[in-house]
Design a protein around this ligand. Structure first.
Ligand code: NAD
Length: 309
């Protein structure tokens, strides 16, 4: 498995480390428009390999070096500065994707390659990457709200006193300020959330739920205020997605892929079955009326932003 990572800043580096630690790749190629940075990252990661897996790690000086890649991960582009929203990055990062995707496609096998998009604003960048690559939507996969869903699970785990692994909880829609917490479908060990709260005598009233939603949506802002950027969570999310693809796990993950055609096409996160062919199936969860309306709003925001570029 040859994996190329385009963009080796905070996120690309964390992704590279997480990918290396999966042991799933026999070769990792790092490309950044800052070649010195890419070479330094490859050197550092190569040293880390002595403690984990012997993987060929190369810094690419040109896109030719990514030839033969099975999966290309795009983590390049501007990140949010304190106070900035993901949408503020729209035009800057659209140019980055427009620069990268044609070069990637000129050097990979379009019949088999999968592209994982990490760059923000995530959903719009997925739409753009899919349009430019002309790959089937199922093989241009955004990490979407995988990270938001993880953040929700961690908060719930602390509130409810159960492991994140016993919690099925999804954040849907935009990976951004209009994301939607799908309370209606949350289950704990197969028990509906309300029933679980009754059995355990834990109170989770609307006010508390609103605070949780706020914390999930605000998590990136908080981290950026504290350490300038976020990287560990997204590194782990990409590694998780990679496991699902490479091992054909057919796991349900809230990824973002283009759904629909023409003017109604939009990429946003829904639970999707992911395996070796990328996204195999889009699923629909039980939504409350409010969640349904919020999801429609989220979809319109993404489409509107895509139409702006
Ligand atoms: P960073 O500034 O640390 O690194 C960005 C890197 O991209 C730099 O090394 C830069 O040289 C490189 N780059 C820029 N344009 C390029 C081009 N055209 N070709 C090749 N390389 C190019 O930023 P970061 O913190 O690593 O964030 C990267 C992206 O990831 C941002 O858009 C950020 O918002 C996003 N992000 C997404 C998630 C998610 O959940 N999807 C989470 C965190 C960050």
């Amino acid at each position: 498995m040859k994996i190329a990572i385009i963009g080796v800043g905070s996120v690309g580096s964390a992704v590279a480390t997480a990918v290396q630690n999966t042991g799933l790749a026999h070769e990792i190629v790092l490309f950044d428009r800052d070649g010195v940075r890419a070479r330094a990252a490859a050197e550092d990661l190569g040293h880390a390999g002595a403690f984990s897996y012997d993987i060929k790690i190369t810094a690419a000086s040109s896109y030719r070096v990514i030839r033969g890649s099975d999966i290309v991960i795009i983590a390049a582009g501007a990140n949010q500065k304190p106070g900035e929203t993901r949408t503020d990055l729209l035009h800057k990062n659209a140019s980055v994707i427009e620069d990268i995707v044609p070069r990637v496609m000129a050097n990979v096998d379009a019949k088999k390659v999968k592209i994982i998009v990490v760059t923000n604003p995530l959903d719009v960048m997925v739409m753009l990457a899919q349009k430019l690559s002309k790959l089937p939507a199922s093989r241009v996969i955004g990490t979407g709200t995988m990270l938001d869903s993880a953040r929700l699970k961690v908060i719930l785990s602390r509130q409810l006193g159960v492991s994140t692994r016993s919690i099925n909880a999804y954040v849907l829609g935009e990976h951004g300020d209009s994301s939607v917490v799908n309370w209606e479908a949350i289950s704990i060990g197969g028990i509906a959330l309300d029933d679980f709260c009754k059995q355990t005598k834990i109170s989770l009233p609307q006010t508390k739920r609103k605070t949780i939603e706020h914390r999930v949506r605000g998590a990136a802002y908080e981290i950026i205020r504290g350490r300038g950027a976020t990287w560990d969570g997204i590194g782990a999310a990409v590694a998780d997605l990679l496991h699902a693809i490479v091992n054909d796990e057919k796991r349900i993950l809230t990824t973002s892929v283009v759904d629909g055609v023409g003017k109604s096409a939009v990429a946003m996160s829904m639970p999707r079955i992911v395996g070796e062919n990328g996204v195999i199936m889009n699923l629909h969860t039980k939504l409350s009326k409010t969640e349904s309306a919020d999801l429609r709003k989220s979809s319109k925001i993404i489409r509107k932003n895509f139409d702006l570029i």
